[in-house]
Design a binder for this molecule. Structure first.
Ligand code: PLP
Length: 398
């Protein structure tokens, strides 16, 4: 029986069309894009085609796209680059549920004097405008709020938050690594100055990302050298990776609308089936403003059994995850995202994340539901009565 991969928020399988584009680039465009001879020009053309494809995914101009080696590096460049360019220790305003690529960058900058304000979120994981407006009363260098959360899938009101930020003349960055290719993104409609993307979250290769940098925005580079990528990211370009990113972005853009409807249908099926078959289940994240293929839930009273449940599912051919992929480095720790959303430590250890992607089918959803319901039922029966914690207060599964 083939495996069911439902962990696309961690990473996605390469689309065969992307693989084809990369293979022909690896075979043909081997030149250095900075070389002036024909081999160099072929590689340069491949990079610039990809730049235009990635730009089109977010409504940007091609020369506003800076290729990086990851979404993490794009996030680092946005924050460190903006603070260094301001020539002051600066002040970053961000949310309390950002990915580690933002939170740890802030922590590092704080150690050299940058002030960091973490905006609170509500029980659905939404950042409200009031906290942002209060924070904007002081001198702020940059505001950074993610477009879609990797743990619970909640979509932030980026357009509104960025608009308020721009009214105060402050830079706005969004980490759109989870949102890219899954929901429509337009840097001009959203009023954002900086936006991070990562190829491997949209059926492209790992190890390549991009930062959209609005014309006129000043950043200082973190990597110094030959001046590639408008001087913001020196290093010989990862041509095949960039070509793969471009192809992945073009496919995602062409198929986004149809794919979002298909995945949302699967997600809603999982939600309604779980509410019937596993009445102890509860969902995390916003009931409406959420990524189409993303579904996070907990099982009341079985929060401590999540590790076991995932191992059983894995042995039955199903790959889902507990929290984010990075949680492998923090096994057994409560999710900082769920704690910030007001869940207690027990519940914050119990998150199961199901994230769907392009090659998933309705049959896989059916098979997954059968395996999940029977595995969770068996596990529940195996837990001694006294080990089941009292019923926790949590939203019912929609
Ligand atoms: N930001 C978010 C929201 C993510 O989910 C991730 C990866 O999980 C990253 C940034 C980091 O991207 P990359 O894996 O390309 O470094």
């Amino acid at each position: 029986m083939s495996r069911i991969y439902f962990d696309h928020s961690a990473t996605t399988p390469l689309d065969p069309r992307v693989l084809d584009a990369m293979a022909s680039s690896l075979g043909g465009a081997f030149g250095n894009p900075s070389s002036l001879h024909r081999e160099g020009r072929v590689a340069r053309e491949a990079v610039e085609t990809a730049r235009a494809q990635v730009a089109a995914l977010v409504g940007a101009e091609p020369d506003e796209i800076i290729f990086t080696a990851s979404g993490t590096e794009a996030d680092n460049l946005a924050l460190i680059g903006a603070v260094r360019a301001s020539r002051k220790p600066g002040h970053i305003v961000t949310s309390s549920i950002e990915h580690a690529a933002i939170l740890e960058t802030c922590r590092s900058l704080a150690s050299t004097g940058t002030k960091i304000t973490h905006l609170p979120v509500d029980h659905d994981g939404l950042v409200g405008p009031d906290g942002l407006l209060r924070a904007l009363q002081s001198n702020v260098t940059i505001v950074s709020v993610m477009a879609a959360n990797n743990v619970v899938g909640t979509l932030q009101p980026i357009e509104e938050l960025a608009y308020l930020t721009k009214l105060h003349g402050v830079l706005f960055h969004t980490d759109a690594v989870q949102a890219g290719g899954k929901i429509p993104l337009d840097v001009n409609q959203f009023h954002v100055d900086l936006l991070s993307l990562s190829a491997h979250k949209l059926h492209g290769p790992k190890g390549v990302g991009a930062l959209y940098v609005r014309k006129g925005v000043q950043l200082s580079p973190m990597i110094h050298g030959g001046g590639q990528e408008r001087g913001l990211r020196s290093a010989t370009e990862n041509v095949a990776g960039i070509v793969g990113f471009g192809a992945a972005a073009a496919i995602a853009k062409a198929e986004l609308a149809q794919e979002a409807v298909r995945l949302a249908r699967f997600r809603d099926r999982i939600a309604s089936e779980l509410s019937k078959s596993l009445p102890d289940s509860y969902i995390f994240g916003h009931p409406v403003h959420r990524l189409p293929g993303h579904f996070s839930f907990g099982l009341s009273g079985q929060e401590r059994e999540v590790g076991k449940l995932l191992a059983v599912l894995d042995s039955q051919g199903v790959a889902v995850s507990a929290g984010s992929a990075c949680s492998a480095n923090h096994a057994g720790q409560p999710s900082n995202v769920l704690l910030a959303m007001g869940y207690d430590a027990e519940q914050a250890r119990g998150l199961i994340r199901v994230s769907l992607g392009r090659f998933n089918t309705e049959q896989e959803v059916d098979r997954f539901l059968r395996i999940l319901v029977s595995s969770a039922g068996q596990l529940k029966n195996a837990i001694p009565e006294r080990a089941i914690s009292p019923t926790v207060e949590a939203p019912a599964l929609a």
